[in-house]
Design a protein around this ligand. Structure first.
Ligand code: MEV
Length: 437
């Protein structure tokens, strides 16, 4: 059990670690050594990371990998991926290679509008509120002119403000529903600053609106915040080819296409499958979101809400055979940025964006959607053919060998041995034990 502490954030890093060792590890300094071993010897770089968040004690590494051979809209990309799950990058690369020989991926951005709300209570006369909103709307637009300047230069800004009556859901609940274009920025700070300003201006102007009674004048703002539900910020990615072209030495194209479509149909009707199906999509997508310094929690929340938009949680991907052509596609909401936030701060994010040839936000939306689609293709392809464990355990073998403290020589031998033997934890232990005898 940890102890209550006050003024903790004022301690320096070493003091924080010492406190931790005393309070959570009964004074065992081995844990201090582990934490220190992850500090970067470049003190400037370390300081940069320390200052991203509060109470930093060390760095937490995740592997940074690349998946080559992604042909997207006739351009070849190498995709940076940050993820810990062993088989994800290999699966993405396989899918990229599979589609490279079949015309590659096509992607397009369908819309880029983001949104946020000022949520407020109003228990007075709705008609008066509507009249007030009409009058105050230009003032609201004007109130953000200063911080909109930069955004406007980059082609973004406020698009519209609507008064929405939500009384049918919650008595007295209204909102100012505001829509924005944020160009290459994710725009969270811009949107939230605008919303907070709208709330202030709205309240102030209401006090001066003579048609309101005294109680109506005192509009009660509950909160002002952007929404991570962005169904108007949509990207679509797709692959297609003649069904015959799907034939490989392992399977017949027609059989594969039919079974693939059946798997997608199951993910459409069965939420238990849909969640895992979509998790597979997010394996690829999140890895690019992380590598490019975007907010994976926002993306996750928005994507899964979108997957439930009909009131039924369902697959994010679709597949069909039309005539003699197999088509597989995804439509997904992605509010991301290539400027601002971590994109300009984290040196590895700059590298990731460099690997992608410095895309703008629309291009990055396309790349992310393609990676999600590729990942889903790879997963479903494995599931309906060999099963996923074969590939998964092959990739996981290295983790097991590391757990067993295998030497380089033992690892090399094990990799050769398990090329033709089913990998399991037990099998790996007995193989290493047999080597060590
Ligand atoms: C594992 O991380 C992801 C999969 O389960 C996805 C799927 O089942 O489609 C393989």
């Amino acid at each position: 059990m940890s102890k209550k502490v006050s003024g903790f954030s004022k301690l320096n890093k070493t003091q924080k670690i010492d406190w931790l060792i005393q309070n959570c590890f009964y004074g065992d300094a081995t844990f201090k050594a582990i934490l220190l071993s992850y500090w970067n010897s470049n003190s400037k770089l370390q300081q940069l990371h320390d200052e991203f968040i509060e109470n930093t004690i060390s760095n937490f590494y995740l592997p940074f990998a690349i998946a080559p051979n992604f042909l997207i809209n006739e351009r070849l990309f190498t995709i940076p991926m940050v993820i810990e799950e062993s088989s994800v990058v290999a699966a993405a690369s396989n899918a990229a290679k599979f589609w490279l020989d079949r015309g590659g991926f096509k992607a397009e951005v369908l819309s880029t509008t983001k949104n946020g709300q000022v949520h407020f209570n109003f228990f007075g006369d709705k008609q008066k509120l509507i009249a007030f909103f009409k009058i105050v709307k230009p003032t609201l637009f004007k109130s953000i002119e200063d911080f909109e300047k930069n955004m406007k230069k980059r082609g973004g800004g406020l698009l519209n403000i609507e008064l929405i009556d939500k009384n049918s859901k919650l008595p007295g609940y209204y909102q100012l529903h505001c829509t924005f274009e944020t160009a290459d920025a994710m725009g969270a700070n811009f949107i939230n600053s605008c919303l907070e300003q709208f709330a202030k201006t709205f309240k102030k102007e209401a006090l001066l609106f003579s048609d309101f009674s005294q109680s109506e004048k005192e509009i009660d703002v509950v909160m002002s915040i952007l929404s991570n539900y962005v169904p108007e910020c949509l990207v679509r990615a797709e692959v297609s080819c003649k069904v015959d072209k799907l034939t490989t030495p392992e399977f017949d194209g027609h059989y594969f296409a039919e079974k693939f479509i059946r798997a997608i149909e199951i993910a459409h009707v069965e939420p238990r499958r849909a969640v895992t199906h979509n998790k597979g999509i997010m394996n690829g997508l999140d890895a690019v979101v992380l590598a490019t310094g975007n907010d994976f929690r926002a993306i996750e929340a928005g994507v899964h809400a979108f997957a439930s938009r009909t009131g039924h949680y369902s697959s994010l991907t679709n597949a069909e055979i039309h005539g003699d052509t197999f088509r597989f596609w995804i439509e997904i909401p992605l509010a991301i940025g290539t400027v601002g936030g971590l994109t300009s701060l984290h040196p590895l994010v700059k590298v990731a964006l460099g690997i992608l040839q410095y895309p703008n936000a629309k291009e990055l939306m396309q790349i992310m959607a393609v990676t999600g689609l590729a990942q889903n293709f790879a997963a479903v392809k494995s599931l309906i053919t060999t099963g996923i464990q074969e590939g998964h355990m092959k990739m996981h073998l290295m983790n097991i060998l590391n757990q067993l403290n295998a030497s380089s020589d033992e690892k090399e031998k094990a990799i050769v041995y398990f090329q033709h033997t089913t990998v399991s934890h037990t099998a790996a232990i007995s193989y290493i034990e047999s080597l060590r005898k």
